[in-house]
Design a protein around this ligand. Sequence first.
Ligand code: H79
Length: 469
Amino acid sequence: MIALRYGAGSQVRRDDPAMRAFRADRFGQFVHWGLYALPAGTWKGRTIDFAAEFLMHSAHVSRKDWAALAAEFTLEGFDPVEWARTAKAMGARYVTVTTKHHDGFCLWPSAYSDFTVAATPSGRDVLGEIIEAYQAEGLAVHLYYSVLDWHHPDWRYALETDDDRAAFDRYLEFATDQLVELAERYPQVRGFWFDGTWDASVKANGRWTCEIERILKERIPGAIVNSRLRADDLGARHFDSNGALMGDYESGYERRLPAPWDLSVTAHDWEACATITQATWGFHDSAWADSGRKSPAQIVEQLAQTVSLGGNLLLNFGPRGDGSLVPAEVELAREVGAWMDVNSAAVHASGPANGWEYPGWGFYTAPLEPADASDTPAEPAHGAGVVHAVVTRIPVSGVLPVELPPGVEVRSIRALADGADVPFTVLDGRSLRIPAPASAGMPVVFALELGAAGDDPALREPNPDVALV
Ligand code: H79
């Protein structure tokens, strides 16, 4: 063990009500909205096939030219109530919204910056309106904050000189002021999502990352903070130099997921963030951005994979420059929501099905243990209750093989979509064969009702009505 002052410390996995709620939510909406939604990937007639929120950087736009976009931020199509209802109908339980992205523009009227919504024609507190709208729909709110800042003169990528160090100290004071300001203005938020923390300047300031997490939790008890904020004394990020997770959950999975069989990730809380488009978070108005859009079935597949591995999925939406939602994203939200309406039992308040091995044709999830689980005697690994099988890939054989954990028996199988009983065959007490569903365009969910093997010997006999397949 290396002695660390700014590592994970003695922190154990959080299991307080806020953390339990976050974990049970499983599905969140990410919102990237800022000035970059106005040029939407094109600067002076040149379209850049790269993330729209990077345009200032990739098109080499000066601070002054970029700041002039504030005059066009007029909110004509901005309806946060519609955003919130769209997210809720999709089945998202929380939202993480950009307060300040890398370009430094603030969606709230910060007292510490002149580059905020206060300098736009409406002068409205856009962030405050978003928070209120989502909370009115019952969604929790997390605030995204980029430490990296292309606008602030004191931002540094690396600390090579005394001047750099002095400037960056001022920068961290500014960031601290802004974060305390956010916590004081919006104390009803549930958490903070840090980004832009990978540069050498931040890695050399593990102390600040540790301090700011503490300060925010002092202001908002129970606040949930992602690991991406954190660096330790030696500059290790996410996990300290002893391998312990810093922050409350790992947030390193960006546009990728752990492998379906990688159960190591179930040891801690984590959240992956995903784009609907191929690779832009801010609205990008181009054929390039459109061409990579994922289908609702792909999103549901990612969601099921995430839940089966004990993670949360944060699915990004990039509203347009006028604040209106992208129609293709609204349609996707509606289709995912229609699936969630019947199948959300496999997602919300669910997690890994302990002892059930990745079957290749989909994902198993199981209800999370109730809060008072520690008071009740330990059950064998899902020896009772239910396991949900989300079928995302239908084998050409037409058969879904299921290997049961030892001591577990399946009593019946029901399709969530229509409640119908699904026939199955028991081969040797340890394995089942379920006839694969016909492709329905969207993943099919089966609820496997379990019992402990041996409860009722009659149930162990193969069902004579079903041919062995
Ligand atoms: O907000 C979204 C992205 O804008 C942000 N994180 C998500 C949630 C993000 N910013 N940077 N990155 C993710 C990593 C990308 C870094 C790179 Fe580059 C951009 C590598 C190449 C282009 C920065 C710019 C480093 C070299 C050039």
